[in-house]
Design a protein around this ligand. Sequence first.
Ligand SMILES: NC(=O)c1ccc[n+]([C@@H]2O[C@H](COP(=O)([O-])OP(=O)(O)OC[C@H]3O[C@@H](n4cnc5c(N)ncnc54)[C@H](OP(=O)(O)O)[C@@H]3O)[C@@H](O)[C@H]2O)c1
Length: 359
Amino acid sequence: MKQFSVAVVGATGMVGQRFILLLENHPWFHLTAVAASSRSAGKTYEEAVGARWAMPSPIPEAARGLIVLDAEKDAEKIAASVDFLFCAVDMKKEDIRALEERFAKMECPVISNNSAHRHTPDVPMIIPEINPEHAAVIDAQRARLGTKRGFIAVKSNCSLQSYVPALHPLMDFGVTRALACTYQAISGASKTFATFPDIVDNVIPFIGGEEEKSECEPLKIWGTLENGRIVDAKGPAITTQCLRVPVSDGHTAAVFVSFEHKPSQEEILERWKNFSGEAQRLGLPSAPKQFLHYFEEDNRPQPKLDRMLENGMAVSIGRLRQDTQYDYKFVCLSHNTLRGAAGGGVLMAELLAVKGYLG
Ligand SMILES: NC(=O)c1ccc[n+]([C@@H]2O[C@H](COP(=O)([O-])OP(=O)(O)OC[C@H]3O[C@@H](n4cnc5c(N)ncnc54)[C@H](OP(=O)(O)O)[C@@H]3O)[C@@H](O)[C@H]2O)c1
């Protein structure tokens, strides 16, 4: 495989830090530039992150001394120096939209964790095991942007990264409706227990914009490519409630689901066990061997025990049983800053590299 030099824009943040760790020993992608706001620009990466470093291992040697660039003022310099970039920034939506499009127009592909372009119809929102074929919409996007290489591809919201993969292998039983209550970790709010003491011994029943994203984004992921745009699927109808809970990493979802053709419990377990996608077929470096893991124990999955399954890239499922209102209910879990953010971004980039979009 060709070797790629990459930048992380938003490198000092919670997701950016994950990217820095994931790129430390990546076989294809090599970190050569980091960027953030003007507050961090000009400092070494180590100085700029300072006490905010929230990862379980130290800052990689190769990143420590890199001088942080200003994502907006140094955009030309960044675009000219790398093959593509990962973007995870906390800025106004319209500013992110403009910045990402600016990079793409400078022929620098953007793999984004931000929500700004998730509903742009010719921007693919890819989970490599589920909708890798959506990458083909990049041709139409390039035609609109007037680029040869540049494009934007996005990751979906972290809340849905457990229940969309769990529902996906069941879709041909005709999933009619699903209800998901999510119990979301504080790293999803860019926080640690040190920076978010109010969450200790507490639950916060509101996460701005999260329920809308959790209900709408699955329909784009399950959408179809028609005339250069992704057209959302018409169903299933999804309703959610998203709560912030005192967990450092890992979003749990309690899910209820009904079908047009109700499968047996054994059929559901069989589908989960046997499910694999393009990421596994291609043997992508960050792909989990077994994407969906089912736990027989009544008290699993648990964030503390199971979020790091397959390097935080697998989805854990448990407690499948019949329900009195819906056909079935179950619980599922995924790591929000790995599979749900940086890890999912790296996996998507690996898919796009193999398919020739980053060449
Ligand atoms: N946390 C998660 O689990 C998660 C999951 C999925 C998606 N996301 C999305 O990923 C993005 C980043 O989230 P996060 O949790 O990593 O946020 P964060 O910890 O607050 O980090 C934000 C990053 O954006 C940079 N930034 C802020 N203003 C900027 C500006 N004007 N120009 C350039 N860079 C600027 C910050 O740089 P400074 O250090 O210089 O301020 C920092 O690097 C958000 O869009 C979020 O919705 C997060």
